[in-house]
Design a protein around this ligand. Sequence first.
Ligand code: SF4
Ligand code: SF4
Length: 469
Amino acid sequence: MAYQAVDFIDESRIWSLLEAGRRASRQQVEAIIEKAGLCKGLSPEEVAVLIQVEDEELLEKMYATAREIKEAIYGKRMVFFAPLYISNHCVNSCAYCGYHAANRDMPRRKLSLEEIEAEVRALLRMGHKRIALETGEHPTECPLDYVLEAMQTIYSVREANSNIRRINVNIAATGVEDYRRLKEAGIGTYILFQETYHHDTYARLHPRGPKSDYLWHLTAMDRAMQGGIDDVGIGVLYGLFDFRFEVVATLLHAEHLEEVFGVGPHTISFPRLRPAEGVSLDSYPHLVSDRDFRKIIAVMRLAVPYTGMILSTREAPGYRDELMALGISQISAGSCTGVGGYQARMCGEEENSSTAQFEVADERTPEELIRNLCVAGYLPSWCTACYRSGRTGDRFMALAKTGNIANVCQPNAILTFKEYLEDYASPETREVGEQAIRAQLAAIRSEKARAVTLERLARIEAGERDLYL
Ligand code: SF4
Ligand code: SF4
C-alpha cells in the first residue's frame, strides 16, 4: 500500500467541534445519548457535545446508557492482566515520567533473561496469563533484539499447569520492519500512548530524545499496521492537557485508523497523571478531577462500544470499581510498576519503589480483587482466545459488531476463571468463585455454548487446561 504519513490531528477542527459542542441544546444532548444506546458508536462531533455536558441529570443519563452498553456487549466479564517492566533505561525526557533520562536519582535496571523468567514465574503463581511488556526507550540498553528475546523467554516459561498466553507490548515508536519482527515473535496488542495530542504541549513535555518527534510518535500505529500487527492500543495520559481536546483527538485517531486500515484501535487505555519519583504535579494545570474522569470513561464507552477499555492500578479501589461499571473491560491487578518487582515481592523483600514508573493506588492483591469483583457480580477472566484463534483486527471487529462476541467471552471467562480457582485460589476465594461461576453460567445466552462450557468445566476439573471457544 502506498502510504504517506500525515498528521491527522487537525487542532483547529477539534477546537471548532468543541466550540459547536458547547452550544448544543438539551434536546441535542438527549438525542446523542439515545443514538449511543444503539451501540453504533458516535462521531467526533457528537463526542465534542457529550464531553462538555455539565448538567447532573444529563450526566446521569449518560452514565446509565454507558452502563447498559457495557452490560450488553461485555456482560460481567473483566479481563485481567499485569504489566511487566523489564528495563527502565530511557533516552527520552518525558517530564511526567520517573524514568526520564535526566532523573539521575532513578536507579537504572535491565533484567537478564533469567531474571525475566523469575518475574514470569511469580506472575504465573498469581494466576496471570496476559502481560503488558513495558520498557523505556534506549538504543543500546534495550534494543529490539532484547525485547524479542524477552518475549521468547516469557512464552517459553511453564509453571505447573500454566504459561503466559498473550504478550501485549508497550515499547517506543519504531519502524515497519521492527513491527514485522514483533508480529513474528507473537505480539498480542501493540500499545503506545500519544500522551497528549496537543502539539505545543507535546513539544514542551518531550523536549529531547526520539520521542520528541510528534509525527513519528503519532503515526506509530500506522507503521505497526503496515508491519502486520492488527491489534493496536492507544491512549492519552490524562492531566497533561485539556481532557475535552484529548477525548475528541482520540476519536480522530480511531477514525484515522479505521479509514486507512479498515480497523480502529483494539483497546484504549485511560492512565491519569500520578505522582512519580522526581515528578511534581504542581506544574500541571490540567489535572483531571474524579468527576471529569468518570465522564471521560462514560463518553468513550458510548463513542466506541466495541473497543476494549483499560484501566490501570493508578486508580484507587472504590473509584476503580465505579469506572468498571461505566465501561472498563480490562484491568491490571497486583501490579508492580518497578523493574524486577514481582520476584522481590514473592521473596518477601521490599519492592524497590524507587524504580517505579508511577505510584500505584490500588494495592489489592489479585486474589482480594477477584473476591471483591465476584461479590460485586463480575466475572474475572484471563481469556486470550481471540488472539489464539486468529480473531484479530477486522475479524475480531466483525464478530464484535454483530454482538456475538459475548457468546465466546462469557464461556471463555468462566473456563479461565475455573482454571484460576483450581490452580491458585485459597479455599475462601474458591468458594466465592464457584458461586460466581454458577451464577454466570446462567448468563450464557446460547444453549449450545452453555452445554459446551459445562462439558469443558468438567474437563478442567479433571486436569485439562487451556480450553476455549
Ligand atoms: Fe521513557 Fe516512556 Fe518514561 Fe518517556 S514515558 S521517559 S519514553 S519510559
Ligand atoms: Fe477477549 Fe476474545 Fe476472550 Fe472475549 S473471547 S475476552 S474478546 S479474547
